[in-house]
Design a protein around this ligand. Structure first.
Ligand SMILES: Nc1ncnc2c1ncn2[C@@H]1O[C@H](COP(=O)(O)OP(=O)(O)OP(=O)(O)O)[C@@H](O)[C@H]1O
Ligand SMILES: [Mg+2]
Length: 595
């Protein structure tokens, strides 16, 4: 257990070093050189105690009284300069490491499959960015900087001690192995506590973000106190863990103080007796004692450094876990994008079955469907039938468990993801907008557009009018997920976005929530204009969509059970008739009333 943990720490440090530190070789070498100067200067100060006492105080040497103070000033200047450069270069390396890790982490997380994001709570990921990287940063800072500096200083001081008196030096060093055992135990416990603390931080972050996102529901159900209690539970948990961690951590220093107290007492007794018996000079003894007192300082800080190191390593483990996440949606290394002709190609789904990871139930079973270029297909079925799931397979948010999907005869798994996802334009049931300007949201994900395109898209999506009325027009900030816009306005922004993107194939998951008739009409108009010269697969919740569709595909329990036009399906498909009665007929009734 001990060995594996040690190896683990070593592996993690090696990885951190080779990936993030090694590339700053020159800065590192200068820093280490500066650390050697600092350590040597400290040892020199201790060594100088001997001539100060023996030559100046006892022998009253007139030359040395000038030389030694000058030497001390010189050493101080040297040490100060070295400390400055050591500090700025090591800080650079430490902070750069953190920045690099965060950057890589985001790139890795954002590339993870949807299935990963469905499983892992976003709060957990956020806390890895903030809390774990923070712990790593503190660790790297204190550890890299101080471990080298303290070890070097310790070694130089021990050198001075051995130079003066080997026997006394051995007695003093006896303390060192005695202290190692408790320090290691403390480190191990801290690492364990740190793991639970991290889980706690993850929970707190996710619960916080959940509460703030659901603020309207909380107010409506008047559950502020309930939410406060929930959050308080997490906060108390973190408090308990951090306090426990500090309690454990606080043992290290006093323990070292006590052990070194014993050692110093013993040394003064033995060394003092030697001076009394004239076996050594007072200067030699004082120089030894100074070196010893100075040497305990780095040892004491090394003791608490181990704690910081263990916490940082626990954080590093979790950070690397994210960096090492492998995506399951694997891109073909030599994609066949260029084999596709830029016009006419059909989308063909053959014998496709699908189940979600960690679930045994097939959500889609033996689906066969060919959609011709330019065709408009309406997909209908009861809630939970698998409509959204089928749509998610086309841009490869998930890969099918069995069967294949082809575009123009090429399996979509042989196309680059960039090409594939640009090929489809997705307007989903739940629209996601960014807390940015109107323009930013409409143009999101599109690079090549002119302001003329933007105007045209807004006009076709029926956005022009309301955008004009906004105080800042296109530059109006719209709030978190479009909080400052109406439901219909949000939908029209999403449609304008699809216009700008101008992909040949439109995937549309119609919103189930119905809007007022005027708004509804506007959206309907903009949608029909959007799909007019595209291929489209539409999960239909509107009567007009099914009536206008070239073909209607009826899906039930993950299987396609009927395909046809409205007029024929209403006669031959029981399920369609049932759906019509439940979902669509009401709309025609409402329409008649309004007419
Ligand atoms: N990420 C997931 N992991 C596991 N099961 C899922 C996941 N997403 C959906 N399901 C399940 O797959 C089934 C089909 O869901 P899907 O979202 O495709 O239905 P739908 O036909 O779009 O329904 P609706 O009309 O209500 O939107 C449901 O039973 C659902 O519980
Ligand atoms: Mg759905």
């Amino acid at each position: 257990m001990k060995n594996s943990e040690k190896k683990n720490t070593l592996d993690l440090l090696k990885r951190l070093f080779s990936n993030y530190v090694q590339k700053h070789k020159i800065k590192l070498v200068i820093s280490i050189f500066c650390m050697i100067i600092i350590a040597a200067a400290t040892a020199l100060n201790a060594w100088m105690m001997q001539p100060v006492l023996d030559e100046i105080f006892i022998n009253k040497n007139k030359t040395l009284i000038v030389i030694i103070p000058l030497a001390i000033i010189l050493v101080a200047i040297l040490k100060g300069t070295a400390s400055y450069f050591q500090s700025i270069f090591m800080s650079f390396i430490g902070y750069k490491l953190v920045a690099d890790v965060q950057d890589q982490m985001f790139k890795s997380v954002i590339k993870c499959d949807l299935s990963f994001h469905n499983e892992v709570n976003s709060g957990t990921i956020v806390s890895r960015f903030i809390a774990d990287v923070g712990a790593l940063s503190r660790g790297v800072h204190n550890v890299i900087i101080n471990i080298i500096k303290d070890s070097l200083t310790f070694l130089f001081l021990v050198g001075v001690m051995f130079y003066h008196d080997t026997k006394l030096a051995l007695i003093a060093l006896f303390v060192f192995p005695v202290a190692i055992y408790p320090i290691r135990r403390i480190g191990k416990r801290l690492r364990k506590i740190s793991k639970s603390t991290q889980v706690g931080f993850g929970l707190l972050t996710s619960k916080l973000s959940e509460s703030f996102t659901a603020i309207k529901t909380i107010k409506a159900f008047s559950t502020e106190n309930f939410e406060s209690k929930k959050i308080n539970k997490e906060i108390t948990n973190i408090f308990n863990l951090t306090y426990k961690s500090t309690k454990v951590n606080s043992i290290a220093r006093p323990l070292m103080e006590i052990i070194s107290g014993f050692a110093i007492g013993a040394i003064i007794f033995i060394g003092g007796s030697q001076v009394i018996l004239d076996q050594t000079t007072p200067g030699t003894f004082f120089s030894f004692l100074t070196a010893l007192l100075m040497a305990y300082q780095p040892i004491k800080s090394l003791a608490s450094l181990n704690a910081t190191l263990q916490i940082a390593m626990a954080a590093a483990e979790r950070v690397f876990e994210i960096l090492d996440k492998k995506t399951q949606i694997i891109e073909n290394k030599s994609p066949k994008d260029n084999y596709l002709r830029k016009d006419k190609y059909n989308l063909k789904i053959s014998n496709l079955s699908f189940k979600y990871k960690n679930s045994s139930k097939f959500i889609l079973k033996n689906v066969d469907l060919e959609i011709l270029a330019g065709e408009k297909i309406a997909l209908v079925g009861h809630s939970g039938a698998g409509k959204t799931t089928l749509m998610n397979l086309l841009p490869r948010f998930f890969d099918p468990s069995k069967g294949k999907i082809e575009i123009g005869g090429i399996n979509i798994q042989d196309l680059s993801l960039h090409f594939l996802r640009n090929y489809f334009s997705l307007v989903s049931q739940d629209i996601t907008l960014f807390d940015e300007t109107v323009k930013y949201n409409i143009c999101y994900g599109s690079n090549n557009y002119s302001s003329k395109d933007l105007k045209k898209a807004c006009k076709k999506a029926n956005c022009e009018e309301f955008i004009k009325k906004l105080p800042k027009g296109f530059n109006q900030l719209i709030g978190e997920n479009g909080a400052k816009l109406s439901g219909g306005q949000k939908q029209r922004i999403a449609i304008a976005r699809a216009f700008i993107r101008n992909s040949p194939f439109l995937l549309l998951d119609e919103a189930t929530s119905s809007l007022d008739s005027k708004s509804e009409q506007k959206i309907q108009d903009s949608l029909s204009s959007l799909i007019s010269n595209k291929t489209a697969l539409i999960i239909a919740h509107r009567l007009s969509t099914v009536i206008d569709a070239d073909r209607i595909v009826v899906i039930n329990n993950g299987e396609i059970i009927d395909i046809g036009k409205h007029s024929s399906l209403i006669k031959k498909s029981k399920i369609y008739k049932n759906l019509y009665e439940l979902q669509f007929k009401k709309q025609s009734y409402e329409k008649n009333i309004k007419a």
